[in-house]
Ligand binder design. Sequence first.
Ligand code: FAD
Length: 501
Amino acid sequence: MNDERSPSTRRAFLGTGAFALAAAAAGAGVHGAESPAGGAAQSAAADPLPTAPSSNGPAAEGPSFVEPARRVPLIEDCDVIVCGAGPAGVSAAIAAARCGAKTRLIEVRGCLGGVWTAGLLSWILDWKNKSGFMAELRQRLLDGKAATVYDNDLGYAPEKMKLILEQLCTEAGVVVQLHTRVSAAYCEQGRLTTIVADSKSGREAFRARVFVDATGDGDLAAQAGCTFAVGRQGSRQTQPMSMIAMLVGLDPKAVARFVRGLAEPLGEMRPKMRLYEEMQRAGVAPSYAQPTLFYIRDGLFCLMANHEYGVSAFSAADITAATLRSRAEVHRLVDALRSLGDPWSNVQIVATNEHIGVREGRRIKGLYEVNIDDLRHSKEHEDAVCRVTFPIDVHATDPNKEKGIERAEFRVKFYDVPYRALVAKDVQGLLTAGRCISGDFIAHSSYRVTGNSVPMGETAGVAAALAAQSNRLPAELPWAEIHARREELRALRPRALKADF
Ligand SMILES: Cc1cc2nc3c(=O)[nH]c(=O)nc-3n(C[C@H](O)[C@H](O)[C@H](O)COP(=O)(O)OP(=O)(O)OC[C@H]3O[C@@H](n4cnc5c(N)ncnc54)[C@H](O)[C@@H]3O)c2cc1C
């Protein structure tokens, strides 16, 4: 594991009375867990205050500015705080609230769903063998005429997903806080107790008994001082980011042979290749050599044809440049298709994703690291949170060699993600869920898909509630107890019990 950790993480934050000062220190631009390139950043050596790390600090070198200390309001009304409202975070918050824990869900964007909604993903993979909240959500989407089953995949309308997730959170009693970025975390004797977040309300501190990091990039865990890995072992190369677009104006029958989900039943097994050839015929070559057009339903299509290589998930400048470049590319590709005439003559982009899709951020070190050998040997665990059936899926990291999907070393049958991979190793009182759990580069490429993020979140939420309600740490909970509570919860919703095998 190419572990990283802020030098400042070894400094404990002791004593709640000092909170106002510590929060001020976090605002003072101290202790980035990493530079934009991911290396160790500024240390706290000159700062006399008790401190905790922030991953958003400035780079180690160059001019810096010391923000004046200030007092921030402290909000202390929850058992469980979930940071990040993507597939994992929403599932965690709903499960925790359904267990009776007072739960706050903090999300930086203006909607729930993460990559599902702000990211316009619109395609759920590896959902079929999942019972519990995944099965419940699938049914809710199908009942709302917002989704279609395509063999092993589930296509859904992102706008409807936003609404359904809001309804589910409201029904469960989750306190949802949008437009709020978690920007610092503080530990007391090795236990995460307090976070600081920025929003239009200003800078605010929140305390809870247990926290779940579902930020995808592992922001909270890094801020709290957890060790983490990024990218491939050694080179630290990460999978490319992708801009996604929603399209309308196409007749599903007329374009079927180019469309995943529609082509296969017609005996056309290479729709991506057909689309690539069609783009070449239109005089353009997409940066992703396996461009994919998905049919959701009711005339709505989703296009994934862009790769942004070598972009750091921790650099606003890099992400901005990638966003501008990729949006221009997606428009260029669609304009070119339209110029071909029928069946493309009326195609138009109705939306591009609000945040470019980030496949990889930090993988936070947990009590267990899911690894390539688990995939190779179909490893089963007693504390299995979910069973992954999705293959190794590494989008090319070096465009000079390959612009599609890298060839996998072997075929994955199945393997389990254990609860221990969700329990942060270096900081107590903290669970992770979704793509930031503990795993190696190859394992991450497989378990990261959203059909697995959901049960990870659901289980983290149950465990967080149990720990908070019984005054224990997540690491102290016997798996049998978490499992029993999760099944009890599922039994209250018969639709949630049944996987669609
Ligand atoms: C281009 C692309 C295509 C993919 N294709 C598929 C596919 O077809 N099917 C599939 O199932 N999976 C697919 N995946 C994988 C999948 O989308 C992710 O791995 C999955 O979203 C992980 O869910 P998550 O909840 O962990 O993270 P995310 O969906 O990334 O959610 C994290 C949430 O945390 C919020 N957040 C981040 N930092 C902070 C902070 N500091 N404070 C507050 N909030 C914060 C974010 O805004 C976001 O809402 C794809 C991913 C990408 C990028």
